[in-house]
Design a binder for this molecule. Structure first.
Ligand code: NAD
Length: 308
């Protein structure tokens, strides 16, 4: 069968979803960018007399992320055509529209139960043959697909983009035993030829390859910092500019990733491994306290280096 991706749906318009939609837009693939319906009005919306039923509010999260996209350099597309390529919406109003697309990419919060609930909804409306993938950082792909229809499972796999997805080349592709070989081959070829990615096929193990190593390295570094009584600035300096990585230092990277997402990712491994390795994947309490306060990095305007 000849496959083509003429239109996609990206579900979850946060840090990664907006970047993935922008990357697709840049290669001329239109996408629906869907999120959940907001439950509260912002003061600005109230001042404008909007209600929770107003379209601008119902589509707010994705509209915000399009604004975020516009600030990226180079801008994904000229403002006029961008709307055509990235169509914001919400899952309640636009769920049935998933039947229009050839590839559905799940990019929502890193939580197995929430992702499973979403896949159940998708299974009911997707057209047979539609590819579905998850951008999970490390949750079991098989566990996410459990209970879904045969056709869903044959077309389901992990496509793990790295942050920022428009610039980082690595794409981990994670099939399950039930993923159709044609689907796997197509996704790998499409990712290389159309998306310009360097594909690494991974086994479905906690956090796959890059995040398993990266999370370990980051947490060991954080613990060594505490033991040695170094500062966050000192650690970022010696793991960043001083060794030729101008931006991708330890805690600055966490600001970009989002501390909440990082803690979920560490837990993916913590829950699955035994022995001495387990302790390493239990993040130090200062990280958990920061997350509780909402100091998540760029996405909340406050983090290790980001200040409002
Ligand atoms: P994020 O918190 O920035 O965005 C998540 C978005 O999902 C939010 O807009 C939220 O409203 C939406 N959402 C939550 N529940 C939803 C639901 N039930 N239906 C629809 N939308 C829902 O998170 P992110 O950093 O973009 O991460 C998304 C996924 O990508 C996670 O699985 C994460 O592990 C993975 N990931 C993140 C990074 C990173 O650096 N942040 C890198 C690679 C992979």
């Amino acid at each position: 069968m000849t496959r083509q991706i003429k239109k996609a749906a990206v579900i979850g318009s946060g840090v990664m979803g907006s970047g993935i939609a922008a990357h697709l837009a840049n290669i001329g693939i239109p996408s629906l960018l869907l999120d959940i319906v907001p439950k509260e009005l912002t003061p600005a919306e109230e001042a404008k007399g909007l209600t929770l039923e107003s379209k601008a509010v119902r589509n707010r999260i994705s509209t915000d992320s399009i604004k975020r996209l516009a600030k990226q350099k180079p801008a994904p597309l000229a403002a006029k055509s961008k709307a055509t390529y990235i169509e914001p919406g919400n899952l309640e109003d636009d769920l049935e529209r998933l039947g229009e697309v050839d590839w559905i990419i799940e990019v929502i919060v890193e939580n197995l139960d929430i992702k499973r609930q979403l896949f159940e909804k998708i299974d009911a409306v997707r057209k047979p043959g539609t590819i579905i993938s998850s951008n999970t950082s490390g949750i079991s792909i098989e566990a996410m697909a459990k209970g879904r229809s045969e056709d869903f499972q044959a077309h389901f796999l992990g496509t793990h983009f790295f942050n920022p997805p428009r610039y980082l080349k690595l794409l981990e592709v994670i099939p399950t035993e039930k993923t159709d070989q044609d689907v796997l081959s197509f996704v790998k070829a499409f990712a290389e030829d159309a998306l310009g990615k360097g594909v690494v096929e991974c086994k479905d193990t906690p956090n796959f390859i890059a995040n398993r190593i990266g999370t370990y390295g980051l947490l060991v570094t954080a613990n060594e910092m505490l033991k040695g009584e170094f500062s966050v600035g000192e650690i970022d300096s010696v793991t960043g500019p001083l060794i030729g990585r101008p931006k991708s230092a330890t805690f600055r990277t966490l600001d970009v990733v989002g501390l909440d997402t990082f803690l979920h990712v560490a837990k993916n491994v913590y829950d699955e491994v035994e022995g001495a390795e387990k302790d390493v994947f239990d993040p130090p309490s200062f990280m958990k306290e920061m997350a509780e306060k909402g100091w998540l990095g760029s996405k909340t305007g406050k983090g290790f280096f980001v200040k409002q």
